[in-house]
Ligand binder design. Structure first.
Ligand SMILES: Cc1ncc(COP(=O)(O)O)c(C=O)c1O
Length: 391
């Protein structure tokens, strides 16, 4: 039977890591994989996480099973950061821990499917795993264009998609720091989106994987909060893997907002059943560390300061790119107003190959660059390489 399984293409970004590792040039630049890097090119464990882990080792007295919902102390401690001053919206929001944001996306989409959603509207390009998960769940994807050529959000395309949606459709939206383009909706655009969602009845599924890496914790939640204040129901997928630097520890949460508090229990029971059938229960360690941080004002401050430093560094890189302006045929100006870890450069496959072979610059085949892969030490070389291949 196993002969029926045909070879699947390798993950393009993981293949890129191998090529990068095999390159012996000392000044090579890795803009591929989406992890934060310091100006020294490192991805260190946060000091706040180290402090929480020390406390965890001392205080944790059992590793007995918790249940499919995971660490509810963690799930609830996050809620004021995501949802604001009324974090349950009068008892209408509840959540559960998931293995990373990926687990959260998986469970929110599966919940939507179980609720009867067949088609999910989604801006393209998007994080590739969105389409893969939809395909694996047997759900239809209806694409609309996320961005215009001038580097801003394509509101016409989103407007048309929402207005022509069928009853029972959902829409998957990036809450902030859009991956791969870095192009987020402005507050005014979110206001319009929230009104459109209320008018059309399309179910919003909000993927918030980079809160705090764009404009700040509150500013990055503007769209999520605005949408939730405007519609009766929504699903939210959340990742702590970037804003706590916990990538491999797999820390995330899925939340549902029901029209009425009386429906919350039934919705979550479906989430728990899905978790049980998929991963039974999520890994504990990283979520416990986040819970300890969020329950301790000093550790919370340390974490928020670390997040501020990351954001400031990425803003510095973005400002330098924007200041370079037109480089050959490429305009780097929009990078300055985009948010988060990524921007996407309009490069041809040939130019991307030339960047790699001639200049040791590694980036995804889509032209997506990891902003945090650039440092004050390598950014001039990068801009020079862009000028050379786009001349
Ligand atoms: C848009 C988006 N959603 C969700 C995720 C999932 O993140 P993780 O599973 O690593 O927490 C990512 C990660 O790259 C992402 O870019």
């Amino acid at each position: 039977m196993l002969e029926n399984l045909t070879q699947q293409p390798p993950d393009a970004l993981l293949a890129l890591i191998k090529l990068y590792d095999a390159d012996s040039r000392a000044d090579k630049i890795d803009l591929g994989v989406g992890v934060y890097r310091t100006d020294d090119g490192a991805t260190p464990v946060f000091a706040s996480i180290k402090a929480a882990e020390r406390k965890l080792v001392e205080e944790q007295d059992s590793k007995a099973y918790l249940g499919p919902e995971g660490d509810m102390g963690f799930v609830h401690a996050l809620m004021p950061y995501i949802f604001g001053s009324d974090p349950t919206m009068g008892g209408r929001i509840e959540g559960m821990q998931t293995p990373g944001g990926t687990g959260a996306v998986r469970i929110t989409l599966a919940l939507a499917k179980h609720a009867g959603v067949g088609t999910v509207l989604m801006g393209t390009p998007s994080w590739p795993n969105h389409a893969q998960i939809l395909k694996d769940l047997g759900m239809q994807m209806k694409g609309f264009t996320h961005a215009t050529a001038d580097g801003t959000a394509d509101m016409d395309s989103l407007r048309n998609a929402l207005k022509s949606a069928a009853k029972g459709d959902a829409v998957l939206l990036h809450g902030c720091c859009h991956n791969p383009t870095g192009i987020d909706y402005t507050d005014a655009q979110w206001d319009e989106i929230a009104a459109l969602l209320a008018e059309t009845g399309v179910l919003p599924i909000l993927d918030l994987a980079y809160q705090g890496l764009g404009l700040g914790m509150d500013a990055d939640a503007y769209g999520t909060r605005k949408v939730l204040a405007s519609v009766p129901e929504a699903l939210i997928a959340y990742s702590c893997d970037k804003n706590f630097g916990l990538y491999r520890d797999r820390v995330g949460a899925a939340y549902a907002m029901a029209a009425d508090p009386s429906q919350v229990g039934a919705i979550m029971s479906n989430g728990h059943a899905l978790a049980r059938a998929n991963w039974s229960m999520p890994p504990d360690h990283g979520a416990s560390a986040v819970r300890l941080i969020l329950r301790d004002p000093e550790m919370t401050k340390l974490w928020l300061d670390e997040l501020d430093d990351m954001r400031a560094r990425m803003r510095q890189v973005r400002d330098r790119l924007a200041a370079a302006g037109k480089v050959g045929t490429l305009d780097l100006t929009p990078c300055g107003t985009q948010n988060g870890l990524f921007s996407m450069l309009a490069l041809t496959p040939e130019q991307i190959l030339k960047l790699r072979e001639d200049h040791g610059v590694y980036m995804a085949g889509s032209g997506r660059i990891n902003i945090a892969g650039l440092t004050m030490g390598n950014i001039d070389k990068f801009i020079g390489a862009l000028a050379a291949v786009t001349a």
